[in-house]
Design a binder for this molecule. Structure first.
Ligand code: NAP
Ligand code: G3P
Length: 463
């Protein structure tokens, strides 16, 4: 490696230096892509049962390293202990399920004579092929799980991977790659490239050696990438503004518990966090009473010291943005129900009532612990506001009436609707997708494997 400049990774908890990663040069990015290309031909020919055995081994190693990885996640991205440990264990399950699924995906054969004018002398053998070199770019908030949600389906399908972790998350990403290597991945099959996306991102995404881009991150960056690439397939999971719609017959205590858990875990730094409440006016006051009961239970502080839900946000830029939304809502007359306090990058869980559609927090993604309540007078008004969002990741609807639940679900312009549950990605074998500016394509284990493979038809003509 050349005499790289190193990027110091600072903990969001106390700004201490957690470690450092090299800022790769363009030449080093080229070398990583070339290694992936060279390794592809051998890896795609590796028997599936050998590829899956490496996956199972990686899952076992992940569990063996769970405690050390948990501690690193806490320090590197400020995630609470429960969520950090859950991320690692969930990832091992993800990998195992991916290997199992890969073994169940088969091609097909198609007879020619079921089409007019053709005979049994012609038939097609249809198989699925890996696409080649996959560029996997992951966000800061799940540096193990969301990286693996790209890497494992890509690898088990016979692709090779160039992996660009979020800079804050790169240390965890490096440990993840070491685990896959220890599990037996051949040289060049998985290649990590570290460096700031703002510096090498455009170079990587337009690199001629990349055959597929699997990106998870902000809509802003996703849009930038999609404008630059030509004929390179994209799989993108982007921002969201998930609405929890509460109808008049909802179980309000149950809804409140779900909404608070969905909005404030890891300080709301989840794409599928509940990011707005649309509640029928006639039950709004009662819901708010229940929400306040649940908010009081939220623990705030340093995840190294205690199990807490509310932690310092990932950086000052993120905290400043959330605070801007809070100040805008306050200035425009939103009623502060709870919170509205900041200590450095720690923002206390904040709940606003009487949020109106002229306020930024009604539409913008905070990626932080602020939750707006918009009161509506009908289901139609709730649907109109929900669908007016530029995002379309997920929504939740709380009601005891299954007919109303499906009426709402059928009309929401999102990838996933949860009936009587908070918005969330898991379980990981379910389809996971965003529409509009929340994404392109579908993740979820089988869907990811299918996305990162393509069909090949071998047509046999008997003489
Ligand atoms: P981000 O700032 O968009 O960064 C995501 C990844 O893209 C990072 O690895 C980043 O590297 C890289 N990147 C930055 N600029 C780039 C460029 N010009 N070209 C290529 N790559 C570039 O997002 P984040 O702050 O990590 O995560 C928060 C956002 O991601 C939120 O909007 C959230 O909703 C979204 N997200 C969505 C999902 C989902 O599944 N839908 C899941 C998690 C997060 P650097 O770190 O070096 O900048
Ligand atoms: O923001 C990460 C996104 O994938 C959320 O995952 O499982 O917390 O809903 P989850």
């Amino acid at each position: 490696m050349s005499d790289n400049k190193m990027i110091q990774i600072h903990s969001p908890l106390d700004d201490s230096i957690v470690g450092a990663v090299p800022a790769l040069s363009r030449e080093e990015v080229d070398a990583a892509v070339q290694k992936a290309r060279k390794a592809f031909y051998g890896w795609k020919e590796t028997p599936l049962n050998e590829r899956t055995e490496i996956m199972y081994k990686a899952a076992d190693l992940l569990v063996q390293h769970a405690d050390a990885l948990t501690e690193l996640l806490i320090r590197e991205i400020g995630k609470d202990r429960k969520s950090a440990k859950s991320e690692v264990v969930r990832t091992a399950d993800f990998i195992r399920f991916t290997a199992d699924t890969a073994k169940s995906i088969h091609g097909e054969s198609i007879q020619g004579d079921n089409f007019s004018g053709f005979s049994k002398e012609k038939f097609a053998v249809v198989t699925r092929e890996p696409v080649g070199v996959v560029l996997a770019i992951s966000p800061f908030n799940y540096p193990v799980n969301l990286a693996t949600s790209k890497i494992a389906p890509a690898l088990v399908s016979g692709n090779t991977v160039v992996f660009k972790p979020a800079t804050t998350g790169s240390l965890s990403g490096q440990e993840l790659v070491k685990i896959f290597e220890e599990a037996g991945l051949p040289e060049g099959v998985l290649n990590i490239i570290t460096g700031k996306g703002s510096e090498i991102g455009d170079y990587i995404v337009t690199h001629p050696g990349i055959n597929f881009i699997n990106f998870t991150g902000s809509t802003e960056v996703g849009l930038s990438i999609s404008k630059q690439v030509n004929m390179v397939p994209l799989l993108m999971e982007l921002g969201g503004k998930d609405a929890a719609i509460v109808l008049k017959d909802a179980d309000l205590d149950f809804a409140a518990k779900n909404i608070i858990a969905g909005a404030f875990s890891y300080s709301g730094q989840r794409c599928t966090a509940v990011k707005r409440i649309l509640v029928l006016n006639e039950v709004a006051d009662q819901l708010i009473d229940q929400l306040k009961v649940e908010m009081v239970k939220l623990k705030v502080g340093n995840p190294l010291e205690n199990q807490v839900e509310i932690v310092p946000l990932i950086n000052t830029k993120a905290a400043d943005f959330v605070w801007e939304l809070i100040e805008d809502a306050t200035a425009k007359g939103a009623k502060l129900i709870y919170g509205g306090k900041r200590e450095g990058n720690l923002i206390y869980p904040t709940l606003f009532d009487h949020v109106t559609t002229d306020m930024r927090v009604a539409w913008e993604e905070p990626f932080g612990p602020v939750l707006p309540i918009l009161r509506v007078n009908s289901i139609e008004e709730a649907l109109e506001i929900a669908n007016a969002s530029e995002y379309g990741l997920q929504s939740a609807v709380f009601t005891e009436n299954i007919r109303d639940a499906f009426y709402v679900a059928n009309r929401l312009e999102v990838g996933t609707v949860h009936i009587n549950n908070k918005t969330e990605r898991g379980p990981d074998h379910f389809p996971f997708l965003g529409v509009k500016k929340s994404g392109i394509g579908t993740q979820g284990i089988r869907y990811s494997i299918e996305s990162m493979t393509r069909v090949k038809a071998t047509v046999v003509n008997l003489k």
